[in-house]
Design a protein around this ligand. Structure first.
Ligand code: MN
Length: 734
């Protein structure tokens, strides 16, 4: 690792003067520097150095990135709100609102950082803050990245625990952001520093391997450089050429990811050629391929198709005359600046133009395709997903994206591995996703679940008035698509529910009119609330829904509402409730004890026997005989007071309650499907309730049904088990 000398305030000013000439801007920068010195006077870092060295370093690195004056000032001032008790208002009054805003945003990210390190939800919340701040103003994250870079450079003064924690956060969160923004100079340094603190053994092992053959490699690279230089001079093409070394972490990652030994890594001998125009790049490539044998499949044209972080260059791998393998990168000066400094290079400070944060942000979104998705996503989801869900989406949809496909207009869209045309469609626009009916990939019509590959040109066929299918959830890869599809289906289901509710209202009103009542007199919510209990529902909409799906009899509701209840027997009311013809029960319980007559018997509520179940009686004290299923756990230990009981020949109209438990993967219309199947089996449903475990996406549905006998019950269970996504359906015992 390189040692960095601490710059002074004058070094920052000098650096700024090299590209900022406006006197007022330079004066503002000096003032910010002095203000920070005063504020932090008497404060020290763990290294023992005055605190102000940290903020000077941050401002200095920002100036080398050629950022605007406001950003440099914010670099100097980035810790005064937190550490010096200055308020945002004071800062805005002393400087500008813009600067105070930047400092405040950086501070907000910072304040959470060192707390709750072991709580994943807390970490995620913290990271989400960083991303949302970035989505609003990219300068904030630039300052934050540089702040982190300097803290990483001075990490040796922290405790070992803090080193590991900060290093892994840097590797997981900050380095990927730097990469995504194309700031490879910062990304590489952050990676190597993290690598050092997280895995010192491997760090040194690779450093030693690199060092060992360095002289040999340098010699090979130098002789190749002079050969190429001669050739290009002969052909009068302007160029700059130099060897470059890979950073240690990228070598380590290649070895781990591709399972390669150090010696097998091809691009250790690397050369970069910088020229003046795009055309010269291709010309140089032509000359090089004419002279040296290229390795097939290694030519990459990132000039024609830039990477999503704006990176542009030609890459090729060639075999030198002595059999050594070289990686060659060819690009223009502008491309090189973007390759090193990314966003920072593209939006380097332009003298005389006023910084317009909105316009800049929009330009970034236009250039960095992913940034727009990300900004939109961050706005959308900021309030309504959990932090860890938000982070998972970002991780998957933004950071792990590595399939690059194109729209017919040539716009590059990055997607995660295994992504399908549906993922692509939702990336283009929510409406394109919702109305997608077909996909054309490279001029051929393909199924919507086809896996896309880098380079595919994808076009989506849409049709108005269609909607996403539930099946899509089985194959989409991006969380973005999954969330949009789910939301759509949930909304649809809610709408269907609403339709059912108004259907129920209509049916009930009709029933009342038929019986000579004016619905206006009875159908107000107050009156209806009074009878909810009678139908075992908890609210108005459930009652109306029940009427619409025929689990509640409109006739019975009418009777209750119009106070005719008293004239009906319990059995009649029950009959209405079941929406069947009124049944006359036999006076007998349906059970007999061999040899004994007239004994009070009832079915136990714990195992709920139904006609045909093997049964046992238990003689209670004073409540007659309770009849259990023979295998009921509640009587399995009981030795005395048991008595044989039998079903009598029975009344074919008698019905038995049975509680069921159904487990299923949660999906839309699950309940509707269960209700439909139950009613198709000619079984009455008494009640139904569902709960969802959001971690496992498993739904548990409890229902009470009324059946004639055990065969009838087994038939319902068998049919419920056939419903898609249901994995178990069993009788419950309590
Ligand atoms: Mn700081």
């Amino acid at each position: 690792m390189t040692d960095h000398k601490n710059p002074g305030i004058e070094d920052v000013i000098k650096e700024a003067q090299s590209y900022i000439h406006d006197k007022d801007s330079l004066a503002l920068i000096s003032r910010a520097a002095n203000y920070a010195s005063e504020c932090h006077a008497g404060q020290f870092r763990r290294s023992g150095e005055p605190y102000v060295t940290h903020v000077i370093n941050v401002a200095y690195i920002l100036a080398t990135l050629r950022v605007g004056p406001a950003t440099i000032c914010a670099g100097f001032l980035h810790d005064v709100l937190e550490d010096c008790g200055v308020s945002r208002e004071e800062l805005a009054a002393d400087f500008t609102d813009e600067i105070a805003g930047l400092v405040e945003a950086v501070t907000k990210i910072g304040t959470l950082e060192y707390k709750g390190k072991d709580d994943p939800e807390y970490q995620a919340a913290n990271h989400r803050k960083i991303f949302i701040a970035m989505a609003r103003d990219v300068r904030v994250i630039l300052i934050k990245l540089v702040d982190r870079l300097h803290n990483m450079r001075t990490l040796q003064y922290q405790s070992e625990n803090a080193q590991k924690r900060i290093a892994s956060e840097t590797l997981d969160v900050y380095a990927p952001i730097a990469h995504r923004l194309g700031i490879s100079a910062i990304k590489n340094e952050l990676e190597d520093l993290s690598f050092y603190y997280l895995n010192r053994e491997e760090y040194y092992r690779i450093a030693i391997l690199v060092e060992a053959k360095k002289t040999e490699r340098d010699a090979a690279v130098n002789s190749m450089i002079s050969e190429i230089s001669d050739m290009l001079r002969e052909n009068e093409i302007p160029f700059r050429i130099f060897g470059r070394s890979k950073h240690l972490y990228s070598i380590y990652k290649k070895m781990v990811n591709k399972g390669k030994r150090f010696e097998e890594i091809l691009d250790l001998l690397a050369i970069r050629i910088i020229t003046n125009t795009d055309l010269s790049c291709y010309e140089i490539l032509g000359y090089i391929h004419a002279k040296y044998k290229p390795i097939p499949g290694r030519l990459k044209d990132y000039i024609a198709v830039p990477k999503t972080n704006m990176y542009q260059s030609l890459h090729t791998t060639i075999i030198g005359h002595d059999g050594k393998i070289f990686e060659v990168q060819i690009r223009t000066e502008d491309m090189d600046a973007i390759a090193e400094r990314g966003v920072a290079a593209h939006w380097r400070y332009k003298e005389g133009s006023k910084y317009d944060a909105r316009a800049e942000q929009k330009e970034i979104e236009d250039k960095l395709a992913w940034f727009k998705n990300f900004a939109v996503y961050s706005e959308d989801e900021a309030g309504n997903t959990s932090a860890s869900e938000y982070m998972a989406t970002l991780q998957r949809d933004v950071f792990e994206a590595n399939v690059y496909v194109m729209t017919p207009m040539g716009r590059v869209i990055d997607l995660p591995n295994g992504a399908t045309p549906i993922d692509f469609a939702y990336r283009i626009h929510t409406d394109v996703g919702h109305t997608a009916v077909g996909a054309i990939v490279n001029d051929a019509m393909v199924p919507l679940n086809t896996q896309l590959h880098t380079g595919d040109v994808v076009q989506i066929k849409t049709m108005k008035n269609t909607g996403p299918s539930e099946d899509w959830l089985k194959f989409v890869k991006t969380n973005q698509a999954r969330n949009k599809i789910r939301n759509y289906l949930m909304k649809k289901e809610a709408e269907a529910h609403e339709t059912r509710v108004s259907e129920g209202e209509k049916i009930l009103a009709e029933e009342m009119r038929k019986r000579g009542f004016d619905p206006k007199d009875y159908m107000d919510k107050k009156k209806i609330e009074n009878i909810l209990k009678d139908f075992r529902v908890s609210n108005y909409t459930d009652l109306m829904y029940g009427i619409a799906v025929k689990s509640i009899s409109p006739m019975s509701v009418t009777s209750h509402l119009t106070n005719q209840k008293s004239r009906m027997s319990e059995d009649e009311a029950l009959g209405h409730l079941l929406n069947r013809e009124v049944q006359k029960r036999t006076s007998k319980s349906g059970l007999v004890i061999p040899g004994i007559e007239s004994m009070k018997m009832s079915l136990s509520h714990c195992c709920m026997p139904v006609y045909g179940d093997p049964i046992k009686g238990y003689i209670t004290k004073g409540a007659g005989v309770k009849v259990h299923r023979a295998d009921c756990v509640n009587i399995s230990r009981v030795k005395s007071r048991l008595i044989d009981v039998q079903w009598d020949d029975g009344d074919p109209d008698r019905l038995y309650d049975s509680d069921l438990i159904v487990m299923a993967h949660d999906r839309s219309f699950l309940l509707t499907d269960i209700v439909t199947v139950v009613s198709q089996c000619r079984v009455t449903m008494e009640s139904v309730s569902a709960s969802v475990n959001h971690d496992t996406l498993t739904s548990t549905i409890k229902l009470t049904v009324r059946v004639h006998d055990v065969n009838h019950l087994q038939n319902v269970l068998a049919n419920i088990r056939k419903i898609e996504s249901v994995f178990t359906a069993e009788r419950a015992s309590h």
